[in-house]
Design a binder for this molecule. Structure first.
Ligand SMILES: NC(=O)c1ccc[n+]([C@@H]2O[C@H](COP(=O)([O-])OP(=O)(O)OC[C@H]3O[C@@H](n4cnc5c(N)ncnc54)[C@H](OP(=O)(O)O)[C@@H]3O)[C@@H](O)[C@H]2O)c1
Length: 343
């Protein structure tokens, strides 16, 4: 580790809806239980688009603040009492730093970097040591930065089945969460049905292991195709990422006593037309997910290492080109993740 600078650069959101600005700030000093991380990469999530629009506003969201929930880099200094990390360790930060393990609680989910305080879009940040997870050795920092939100959400969702060998999983679209779900479900021995708006994106999903591909533009009643592919039975677990428009179809795509994970809002935040009779008579388990714990991130990092998996990243930009990265994501031109490096 080279000598640490006295000041470093951060990209801040000055106030709700205002453009990001580069600022120089004093280097933070890690307090008890904290590590100082030289950030090397962040990744974009749908969540970050919402944040950059200034929609996360109110008493728990301070201004100005540094956005971005997901980042990875190298430990360059440690607070006085940190024994679990060493200077030089490559790490990634958990989405909910206070949620170390166990079931979700309001206290565990109280903090999110980039929302409730400064996030990862800066050269250096201090972070609770117990919320940093070792980067799998075969991954670059840009790859590691794609894991905290999207991969943890996919992992936590599959754990709600729990998905195992021989199961059938449906996942929606070719965004970050969905393509991690493809990779993890395959690693767990399940078969995967992947939906997308695009045949060419579906081919990338097939390359990651998806067994059956459905274009939801040309096959709008894709839940019927899921039932046909599963010989009328339905899928064991449906990862619903569309929300308002897709949830009713996801319930119909699910087998008796199977699980529909309510994880996304890609088609809208509003009320979904839940097929109550079907859900009741088919004993459907409807369960919401919000990312997951530090422990979940560590578990999926182990799986990624054991199976030599690499995240699907379609675009990588330096942070000076963040605007273009955001444009690509808004236009849904990406497949899997978009990474942003902080050289
Ligand atoms: N609950 C949680 O803890 C949690 C955590 C992370 C993300 N999320 C949510 O999960 C969703 C996905 O997040 P992400 O970061 O993976 O997003 P993303 O990478 O931006 O995914 C975008 C992709 O989703 C697909 N899509 C868009 N509209 C769709 C629709 N109506 N039906 C099916 N697919 C659609 C499109 O792929 P195709 O062109 O291939 O269809 C699009 O390219 C978001 O709603 C996000 O808020 C929730």
């Amino acid at each position: 580790v080279s000598a640490l600078p006295a000041i470093h650069r951060a990209l801040i959101m000055p106030a709700a809806g205002e453009a990001l600005e580069f600022v120089d700030r004093p280097l933070p000093v890690p307090g008890p239980g904290e590590a100082l991380v030289r950030v090397r990469a962040i990744s974009l999530n749908f969540h970050d688009l919402v944040n950059l629009m200034g929609l996360l506003n109110g008493p728990t969201f301070p201004w100005p603040r540094v956005p971005m929930s997901d980042g990875a880099g190298e430990v360059v200094a440690l607070g006085p009492d940190v024994e679990t990390l060493s200077v030089g360790d490559r790490v990634m930060g958990a989405f909910h730093p206070l949620w170390v393990s166990g079931p979700p609680t309001p206290e565990a989910k109280r903090q999110c970097p980039g929302d409730t305080g400064d996030g990862w879009l800066q050269e250096y940040l201090t972070f609770p040591a117990e919320a940093l997870v070792a980067t799998p050795a075969h991954l670059s920092d840009a790859e590691a930065a794609t894991l905290p939100c999207a991969a943890t959400t996919a992992w936590s969702s599959l754990a709600l089945g729990p998905v195992g060998a021989g199961d059938v999983v449906v996942t929606q679209g070719t965004g970050g969460v969905s393509l991690f779900a493809v990779q993890f479900a395959k690693a767990l021995g399940a078969a995967v049905i992947l939906t997308s708006s695009s045949d060419s994106k579906l081919e990338i999903g097939a390359g990651l292991g998806a067994d059956h591909l459905i274009n939801y533009r040309t096959t709008p009643d894709w839940e019927k195709e899921v039932r046909r592919l599963t010989h009328g039975k339905g899928a064991d677990l449906v990862l619903d990422l569309g929300g308002e428009q897709t949830l009713p179809r996801s319930v119909h795509a699910c087998r008796m006593d199977g699980t529909v994970v309510i994880a996304g809002v890609l088609s809208g935040f509003g009320a979904a037309q839940l097929p109550v009779g079907y859900a009741m008579t088919h004993n459907i388990h409807l369960v919401g997910v919000t990312v997951g714990s530090v422990e979940a991130l560590a578990e999926l990092a182990d799986l990624i290492a054991d199976h030599d998996l690499h995240p699907q990243i379609s675009h990588t930009y330096p942070w000076t080109e963040l605007d273009e990265a955001v444009r690509v994501m808004r236009a849904n031109e990406h497949v899997g993740k978009i990474a942003v490096t902080i050289p």
